[in-house]
Write a protein that binds this ligand. Structure first.
Ligand SMILES: C[S@@+](CC[C@H](N)C(=O)[O-])C[C@H]1O[C@@H](n2cnc3c(N)ncnc32)[C@H](O)[C@@H]1O
Length: 313
């Protein structure tokens, strides 16, 4: 099975700014690539790792068996607040890992034939089969349009309904192709990519998990703590960007002249403005192509932290 190459590993670790005695959370463990880099920097600190996928937990336990200060939790990262009271840094590297994608039986890939599954947590009840064969035309069209930004969502939804039941990933690929104009089929990129992505996001409620996390992380993040998120989809990145912007901005009434000590400071500062992987990384890891990494630090309104990591605005 294919190894998972972690995306922007050095950048993620740099933004997390790890303290050797700190408490860290990797919300999307995968095969433990980022986790290992965090653990290598800890002495008395501790790392909590979450993943929905039992296989990911099992393999990472083996991969990281030399580190005593790590705890593995098979749950959604949106529930981390139930397990951890305080954290100095939280990392999310969203989406699917290469081993999940490359295992035909998991049904994530439009390149291999397999069952219509796509569940990250195999204990979940909703699968891609249910979405493809059970959703109304309108609901299916909405999923493809919103989560896949698929221009031909209506035509694809119509074709799916005409061809039900659809049992396998390759049958779905053929149905999608039959809905698309020849010009689109000739263009670059796989014609089923956006539809598969949309169905996967729906099956795993990916945006709901991210929303809950963004609304909740402040309750466990210590002062000077950081949150770093790598996203692969414009909708996810927009949610992260808007949340980080809101946290790092204070609405001042510009009409009133304030003395410097009266100026309110935001409780967070941005660590960057969204960075992409460089060409060299994209060359060896195609998953890095659509990745954007963002970070914030909790300052509780104190200047000293803003000076610590000054960014070009
Ligand atoms: C891109 S991979 C992470 C790779 C990892 N950073 C590494 O370096 O090996 C994403 C992982 O997050 C898991 N995942 C996705 N959404 C999740 C969620 N809401 N809660 C917990 N795990 C999730 C997936 O099962 C997958 O294993």
């Amino acid at each position: 099975m294919n190894r998972h190459l972690s995306v922007m590993p050095e950048k993620a670790i740099d933004l997390l700014d790890i303290k050797e005695d700190g408490i860290y959370i990797d919300g999307t463990l995968g095969r433990g690539g980022h986790s290992r880099l965090i653990l290598e920097r800890l002495t008395t600190g501790k790392l909590y790792c979450f993943d929905l996928d039992e296989e990911a937990i099992k393999e990472s336990k083996e991969n990281l068996k030399d580190f005593p200060n790590v705890e593995f939790i098979h749950d959604n990262y949106k529930n981390m607040f139930q397990y951890v009271e305080h954290a100095d840094g939280i990392l999310l590297d969203l989406g699917v890992s290469s081993p999940q994608f490359d295992d035909a039986e998991r049904g994530f890939s439009y390149r291999y034939d397999g069952p219509l599954d796509m569940r990250m947590d195999q204990g979940d009840s909703l699968s891609a089969y249910d979405v493809v064969n059970g959703y109304s035309k309108e609901k299916l069209e909405k999923v493809l349009w919103e989560y896949g930004e698929e221009r031909f969502s209506r035509r694809i939804a119509e074709k799916i309904l005409e061809n039900r039941p659809i049992e396998t990933t390759m049958q779905l690929v053929e149905v999608i192709k039959s809905a698309l104009p020849a010009k689109v089929l000739r263009s670059k990129g796989h014609p089923a990519k956006q539809t598969f992505q949309a169905i996967r996001i729906e099956v795993n409620h990916e945006l709901d998990s991210l929303k809950e996390f963004l609304e909740g992380f402040d309750s466990i993040l210590n002062e000077d703590g950081t949150v770093v998120i790598i996203s692969f989809h414009s909708l996810e990145d927009r949610m992260v960007k808007q949340c980080f912007r809101r946290l790092s901005t204070v609405e001042d009434d510009k009409r009133i002249a304030l003395r410097p000590e009266q100026v309110k400071k935001a409780n967070y500062c941005l660590l960057n403005r969204g960075e992409k992987a460089d060409e060299a990384e994209i060359e060896i890891n195609h998953r890095a192509k659509s990745a954007i990494i963002r970070g914030v630090r909790k300052t509780n309104g104190k200047d000293r932290y803003e000076k610590k990591k000054k960014i070009e605005l």
